[in-house]
Ligand binder design. Structure first.
Ligand code: ADP
Length: 360
């Protein structure tokens, strides 16, 4: 009927607007309960399309009792698979070969599933490998398909930002050297002293990721501790030479596993732990400020407030495409952190802005 046609048209228009300003996408993923039968129900009461609802219990200090709904570009429930998560990410990843800069973040408190989404569990298999491996595998596959017209070179860097210092995770012997981020007119943002390693197969990538993993543990007592208090960034550089026209395409992709977002003041940290926590809070709020200011199309974007946002400057804003995977835990104990994670996500998301415009 006419009415449905109008609705359909509106919907199309809305989707186009979403795509146009779709420089920032936010996906939310709920971790399943781990281990034995949980003794409490999940704090997540429903997940549908891009909506996710949280149930706030009676007499909670965290908010009014009842259902609170958050909207994202996409929400993944606790039974979502790695393949499902990847398939919604694939178009973004593929655009790197067309010369786009792409940035994918994993955000959330420690233990919420960031590393699971990006890399996978400790023991990887074809079903459980994460976005990083799938993304590289897909780039290899697609570049091979195009090899008669475009010759691609793919190389990777792996960096860690810990206490506002940048370190090379691909130094063969390990390195604690602190690296400079440069901004040159012809290369853009770059870290000239970090290893840039050509890769052409998934097994090359696995070897490098293992090296990076090993190097990340250097100088820390417990690996898990360190990885939850530093940001790690796998950067993929691609250069394609068109064999017919002779022109060159350059694209890049940053895959970032962020430090845990839990607030320092809650952990009553002191000394080194407090310093680490303050650095993390500072860089995550700098990231939030940059993305929020891009989402609001502000003229000034505060990239210079942290090493993280400086490093990623070329891949945030402009023609670049950003995806934030926000992770939450199902446990009632984590509800406070979960709500602050969702608030952060809402702040960097353009979904609500889009909906508000649509209603005008
Ligand atoms: P984070 O990186 O946020 O600290 P992890 O990715 O290490 O969290 O996840 C914490 C634990 O939960 C790990 O044992 C991980 O394998 C498991 N886990 C996380 N997400 C999932 C998931 N979607 N399915 C199954 N297990 C998961």
């Amino acid at each position: 009927s006419g009415y449905h046609k109008v609705l359909e048209e509106n919907r199309k228009l809305y989707n186009q607007v979403q795509d146009l300003k779709g420089n920032i996408r936010v996906y939310c993923r709920v971790r399943p309960f781990l281990g034995a039968q949980p003794s409490h129900p999940s704090v997540v009461s429903s997940v549908e399309g891009g909506s996710l609802s949280i149930m706030i219990p009676p007499n909670s200090k965290l908010g009014k009792e009842g259902k609170k709904t958050f909207n994202f570009n996409k929400a993944f429930g606790s039974s979502s698979t790695q393949a499902e998560v990847f398939s919604d990410t694939q178009p973004l990843i593929r655009s790197v070969l067309d010369g786009y800069n792409v940035c994918i973040f994993a955000y959330g408190q420690t233990g919420s599933g960031k590393t699971y989404t990006m890399s996978g569990p400790d023991h990887l298999d074809d079903d459980t490998i994460g976005v990083n491996y799938r993304a590289l595998g897909d780039l290899f596959f697609l570049s091979d398909q195009r090899k008669d017209t475009i010759s691609y070179e793919i190389s990777v860097q792996m960096l860690e930002i810990y206490n506002e210092q940048v370190r090379d995770l691909l130094a063969p012997e390990g390195s604690t050297k602190r690296l400079e981020i440069r901004n040159s007119s012809h290369n853009g943002i770059n870290v000239p002293d970090a290893h840039l390693v050509p890769v052409s197969t998934t097994s090359d990538v696995i070897t490098l990721m293992n090296l990076g993993h090993k190097n990340r543990a250097v100088g820390s007592t417990a690996m898990n501790d360190r990885s939850s208090r530093s940001h790690s960034c796998l950067t993929v550089h691609i250069q394609g030479k068109n064999l017919i026209s002779g022109s060159t395409i350059r694209g890049s992709m940053h895959l970032v596993d962020l430090a845990g977002s839990e607030r320092a003041d809650k952990t009553e940290a002191t000394g080194d732990r407090l310093k680490e926590a303050q650095h993390i809070n500072k860089s995550l709020s700098a990231l939030g400020d940059v993305i929020a200011s891009l989402a609001q199309k502000n003229a000034h974007v505060p990239y210079r407030n942290s090493k993280l946002t400086q490093l990623l400057q070329d891949a945030l804003g402009g023609q670049a495409k950003t995806l934030m995977f926000v992770h939450i835990s199902p446990e009632p104990d984590a509800l406070g952190e979960t709500l602050s994670t969702l608030k952060f996500a809402e702040r960097v998301s353009t979904v609500e802005l889009g909906a508000a415009r649509m209603n005008k």
